[in-house]
Design a protein around this ligand. Structure first.
Ligand code: PLP
Length: 309
């Protein structure tokens, strides 16, 4: 149990220098994607205290939720296998029941780790956070430790408070992509008083700000809403071309759902003069590279460029 979370490069991932722009503005990337080969990036941080808690409660089974390309499902499957939990994933899309040939690379991988799927309709999936639904689920899986979609809860935020450490103290801006906001909440809670935390939303939504406000102890943060590219998991050729140029030039592969949009956004804000002279920016590479294969299949169907990795 301890091994997964203590033997990984765990507490301090390296900050890689990326570029110096005009006006002495510097960009570094914190390589959280290197934390663990299968339990990648922020999902490692979010799972850590949850799985320790499940163990402490004597639970043998982990139950969680996600879509067919979910980084959280992938990471949970990998961590569960290493730690010997039984795993169940409630997955959106009842058409996937009994039709393994339609499964995404993520689902195939998770299945190979031993996770069992409970496929439900999109309509039912929307109700998954309601009390009724959860009560029924607890009757069906009385032994399970339940982790919400995307892995976000208080213990996940506690884990994400370990992303930043003393070595990061002299950065002026901490930038991260945002899905549910759990990761950003952890960053906000652990940033020092002179740092500003910027959350680049990957979703077209306006409720994030209120959600995050409930879990944080500081107000030196902001949501940047302008780089979602049309919504969650939406991409266009500009984004893909940017990601491919970036990985060629800086030897860091980005994912299309989160970190690609984050780094695109930072480059654009630099161009617009958003950051003051001599700003030191730290962007968090939250991982997510497992989703590229599935995205490339979709891109091919849409006649868009492939992500090189
Ligand atoms: C899940 C995920 C996020 C979003 O994290 P939240 O805590 O839900 O905001 C960001 N980046 C990557 C790579 C992810 O997999």
């Amino acid at each position: 149990m301890q091994d997964l979370f203590e033997n990984a490069i765990s507490q301090n991932t390296p900050n890689q220098f990326v570029a110096e722009f005009d006006k002495g503005i510097q960009l570094y990337i914190k390589r959280e994607d290197l934390l663990h080969p299968e339990v990648s990036g922020n999902k490692f941080r979010k799972l850590k205290y949850n799985l320790l808690q499940a163990k402490e409660l004597g639970k043998r089974q982990i139950l969680t939720f996600g879509g067919a390309h979910s980084n959280h499902i992938s990471a949970t499957a990998a961590a569960g296998k290493i730690l010997g939990f039984e795993m169940i994933a409630v997955v959106r899309g009842e058409e996937l029941t009994d039709s393994e040939e339609k499964w995404s690379p993520t689902l195939k991988y998770a299945s190979s780790c031993g996770i069992k799927f409970d496929f439900i309709s999109r309509e039912e999936y929307r109700k998954k956070d309601s009390e009724d639904y959860l009560e029924n689920l607890k009757l069906k899986y009385p032994e399970a430790y339940i982790i919400p979609e995307g892995g976000t809860n208080d213990l996940a935020i506690k884990g994400c408070e370990e992303i930043l450490s003393k070595q990061d103290d002299d950065f002026n801006y901490i930038c991260s992509s945002v899905g549910t906001g759990g990761t950003l909440s952890g960053l906000i809670n652990s940033a020092n008083g002179s740092q500003k935390v910027l959350g680049f939303s990957s979703l077209k939504t306006d409720y994030l700000k209120d959600e995050i406000s409930k879990s944080v102890n500081s107000d030196n943060w902001e949501i940047i809403p302008d780089y979602h590219f049309g919504g969650y998991a939406r991409v266009n050729a500009d984004l893909i071309n940017f990601m491919n140029d970036f990985s060629k030039k800086y030897k860091i592969i980005l994912d299309p759902v989160y970190t690609g949009k984050l780094v695109f956004g930072i480059f654009d804000l630099v161009k617009q003069g958003y950051f003051p002279e001599n700003s030191k920016i730290l962007a968090i590479h939250t991982g997510g590279l497992q989703g590229i294969e599935g995205m490339n299949r979709l891109l091919k169907k849409k006649d868009l460029p492939q992500i090189e990795y």
